[in-house]
Design a protein around this ligand. Structure first.
Ligand SMILES: Nc1ncnc2c1ncn2[C@@H]1O[C@H](COP(=O)(O)OP(=O)(O)OP(=O)(O)O)[C@@H](O)[C@H]1O
Ligand SMILES: [Mg+2]
Length: 360
């Protein structure tokens, strides 16, 4: 897979920008606020139909304008594809590949897999469980269409069940048949999601160990654990068991939407006891594991986006990282840095593999 070029119109701070890329390493260099991260986000948007950073689509339209447009040319499985997204202000986006518009955005997921490494990623460790669920869902969804479909259905039934719990609590009227139907559906999709997340996490853990030993200079014992009530009891039982409390609280208390991932380092929880440096190395290795998990299951190389590449690590580690990224295990990469000298130094002697884009 190769991203030949991208065009931004009124995307965040970029009024108009047209870039053609190198096959290997593309570096965006510029001062703070120039719009480097926004370019990575535009690539992320083209791949996954949404921003990595903004939860609402409309925030991506350049202030004071009434639309934004992104387009890109890419070779995917040796075929040329043109991807276009148009977003008018106050309306929904239109997303198409080779002039054919998607009915559902989820149909695009998996066509152009991508992994982003950004400074804010520490939320994945210190933030709420939702961040970790998003991470594992994003990883699996990019390689497994069935998983994404089941996840969408699970969330639909969860919303409906929660609405029913609210109405039972206010009206006192119980619709047992409808509840049974929701429980059966939630349990069917929820059991699938639980299983898939567990096996994926175990696979990620073994890939992770390899990259962690490269990124990390000291030897550390790390482990991943999938934390779920479903580890002990089937979801159908859990749903029946909690029903009175659920009606009172008006929400469903068990299921994949409540699960978490626990990361440990030398048997301690990384979230509470990891130093900042340990958390940084852990995050980079986790994202590299995500990258290689996707690569293995797609049989081609995803895009890798690394924001503020050297912000995360010291000089010794950044040398190691650049060596690793310029090797055969990685495909097309997009990185940002404020310091051009830095990247040129790291890649001295390899002018064939990188292009520099000055952003101002
Ligand atoms: N919708 C928008 N319209 C206009 N400008 C925006 C919009 N969204 C974000 N920006 C602006 O884009 C600017 C550039 O952001 P970006 O994060 O890409 O810079 P950067 O080059 O990565 O900077 P740094 O080196 O500090 O990371 C910011 O000043 C931000 O306020
Ligand atoms: Mg930035």
């Amino acid at each position: 897979m190769f991203l030949r070029s991208i065009q931004l119109t009124n995307f965040k701070n970029h009024e108009k920008l047209d870039l053609s890329f190198s096959k290997k390493l593309n570096c965006f260099i510029g001062n703070n606020g120039a719009g480097k991260t926004n370019i990575l986000d535009a690539i992320h948007y083209i791949c996954l139909t949404k921003s990595y950073f903004n939860a609402t689509d409309q925030q991506n339209i350049r202030f004071g304008n009434d639309f934004m447009r992104l387009s890109a040319e890419a070779a995917i499985s040796e075929e040329d594809q043109q991807i276009v997204c148009k977003l008018p202000i106050g309306k929904k986006k239109d997303f198409s590949v080779n002039d054919i518009a998607y009915r559902k955005m989820s149909d695009h997921i998996g066509l152009m897999p991508v992994v982003m490494i950004a400074p804010d990623d520490n939320q994945l460790i210190i933030g709420s469980s939702e961040e970790r669920r998003k991470f594992i869902d994003n990883t699996i969804s990019q390689v497994d269409r069935e998983y994404l479909d089941h996840l969408i259905l699970y969330n639909k039934y969860l919303d409906q069940r929660n609405a029913l719990l609210r109405s039972i609590n206010t009206s006192g009227h119980k619709d047992d048949l409808l509840m049974q139907n929701y429980d059966e559906n939630l349990s069917r999709y929820g059991t699938f999601i639980h299983q898939k997340r567990k096996t994926t996490l175990a696979e990620l853990e073994s890939i992770f160990a390899h990259y962690h030993s490269i990124v990390c200079l000291e030897k550390e014992n790390t482990a991943f654990e999938y934390d779920s009530l479903q580890n002990q009891e089937p979801l159908f039982e859990l749903l029946r068991k909690n029903i009175s409390r659920e009606i009172m609280m008006e929400r469903t208390l068990a299921g994949p939407h409540r699960d978490d991932i626990v990361f440990t380092i030398n048997k301690n929880k990384l979230k509470r006891f990891g130093s900042q440096g340990q958390q940084k190395s852990f995050l980079i290795a986790l994202k590299l594991a995500q990258y290689h998990y996707i690569k293995k299951h797609k049989s081609f190389l995803p895009f890798l986006l690394i924001d503020d590449i050297f912000d995360k690590i010291d000089r010794e580690r950044s040398k190691q990282l650049v060596q690793l990224l310029s090797g055969e295990d990685f495909g097309q990469i997009f990185i940002t840095d404020t310091d051009q000298m830095h990247i040129e130094e790291e890649l001295a002697g390899r002018p064939d593999i990188f292009d520099i884009f000055k952003i101002q």
